[in-house]
Design a protein around this ligand. Structure first.
Ligand SMILES: Cc1cc2nc3c(=O)[nH]c(=O)nc-3n(C[C@H](O)[C@H](O)[C@H](O)COP(=O)(O)OP(=O)(O)OC[C@H]3O[C@@H](n4cnc5c(N)ncnc54)[C@H](O)[C@@H]3O)c2cc1C
Length: 377
């Protein structure tokens, strides 16, 4: 096979490129901004879906594959790039899940994720600065995290070393189509030809394709985050309570997130959310009130109805492939989704059954105005 063109240098485009070039395929990524500066930069980097029992088993299968393979892959990327993506097995402490305990336990048994119930003094031993008003939690120590800005930088460096071309500040605008086969991508910097074109454009993926083919139900879902400049050891676990989480980074900073806002392609941050996230952080870890908020930001998740990404060839146009719609879980499920796409691109044995992720007619629409994700996970 000749060259593969990937549209989008987020984590999905870059991991896809990495697997392809390691299989001996020449790859060019077209990125309208800078590599890894959108959702993949903005995210929390938790290598687990939050409340994973709320998702379809097809999401869990991708997540499990990723959790198994990330340590080895990240180690290689670190060695090659010299940039530490800060993979840390912090464990994840769930609070306030009493209402869904039955569902969580059934899921835990089915997928073999051991949760340990923790209460009283054990809770304060596990997380010293946790608000004493919490009496009960459920802990799983296998869950890890990465630090997104470092992950995307290390991945970009690794790709450049491996020989992937990344055309930054180059926007895909239209396509060259001949006899129902996609041949090339027209950008503001010229036309790029390839044997296959992969759309990994995150939240923008469906908008790009709208005039050409039926599109997956993908739309932007804004998430705002803040980071406290705290000290190492203040928080040691990822802690989740009532949809809000704190993530302790290696240098002591504590990331707090995140909102789910259905705001089109708007990434502005707001004072209301800043105050709300600060309050939520202090509700979980009271000592955070003593530390300054260093930064607030927002990213646009590639929202999909049920969080199940679209992975595979488009049914209407030959040579057009997609890997998009990872919603809240692009890091944890991204690695498996990229391998699954590459398996299909190269016609090799797939790592799992690709059926749930295919671009079947029931998962496509012809008009983006029909996409309403407000009921989504
Ligand atoms: C606040 C927040 C917290 C999150 N926390 C987590 C978490 O803890 N764990 C987890 O697993 N996931 C998390 N996520 C989700 C995860 O970050 C996303 O699912 C993932 O980053 C999606 O990756 P992507 O490559 O598809 O999209 P992106 O990173 O957005 O990349 C898409 C790229 O395509 C480019 N592009 C789009 N259109 C064009 C075009 N026409 N031409 C050229 N380039 C184009 C864009 O510029 C962009 O760089 C979080 C997301 C947010 C916003």
């Amino acid at each position: 096979m000749g060259k593969i063109i990937i549209i989008g240098a987020g984590i999905i485009g870059m991991l896809t490129a990495r697997i392809l070039i390691k299989s001996g395929i020449s790859v060019c990524i077209i990125e309208q901004g800078y590599a890894g500066r959108e959702s993949s930069w903005a995210g929390g980097g938790i290598i687990s879906p939050l409340y994973p029992w709320r998702y379809d088993g097809s999401v869990t299968r991708l997540a499990q594959w990723g959790q198994q393979h990330y340590p080895g892959v990240l180690d290689k990327i670190y060695q090659s790039s010299g940039i530490d993506p800060e993979y840390i097995q912090s464990g994840l402490l769930y609070l306030d899940i009493e209402d869904e305990l039955e569902q969580a336990k059934a899921w835990e048994t089915q997928y073999h994720y051991p949760f340990t119930a923790v209460s009283g003094d054990d809770l304060s031993t596990l997380e010293v600065e946790l608000n004493h008003s919490f009496k009960q939690g459920w802990f799983t120590d296998s869950i890890a995290q990465v630090r997104n800005p470092r992950l995307v930088r290390s991945l970009r460096e690794d790709l450049l070393r491996l020989g992937v071309t990344i055309e930054q500040q180059t926007q895909a605008q239209s396509f060259i189509i001949e006899n129902n086969h996609l041949r090339g991508v027209v950008t503001d910097k010229g036309t790029f030809y390839g044997d296959r074109i992969v759309v990994a454009g995150g939240a923008w993926s469906s908008r790009l394709l709208e005039q050409w083919v039926k599109i997956p139900k993908i739309a932007p879902v804004k998430g705002q985050m803040i980071v406290f400049k705290a000290q190492p050891g203040l928080v040691s676990r990822i802690i989740l309570s009532k949809g809000r989480y704190v993530i302790p980074r290696k240098d002591g900073r504590v990331v707090v997130g995140s909102t789910l806002e259905f705001d089109e392609f708007d990434k502005t941050t707001t004072q209301d959310v800043l105050e709300e996230l600060k309050q939520e952080a202090v509700r979980i870890i009271p000592a955070l009130k003593n530390y300054p908020v260093e930064k607030q930001w927002a990213g646009l998740r590639p929202g999909s109805i049920d969080g199940v990404p679209y992975i595979g060839e488009h049914p209407e146009l030959k040579n057009l492939y997609m890997n998009a719609g990872h919603f809240r879980n692009g890091v944890v499920i991204g690695l498996a989704s990229c391998q699954l796409l590459v398996d299909q691109l190269l016609g090799q044995q797939t790592i799992m059954d690709p059926t749930p992720y295919l671009l079947t007619d029931d998962r496509l629409v012809s008009d983006s105005r029909l996409i309403d994700l407000r009921m989504a996970i």
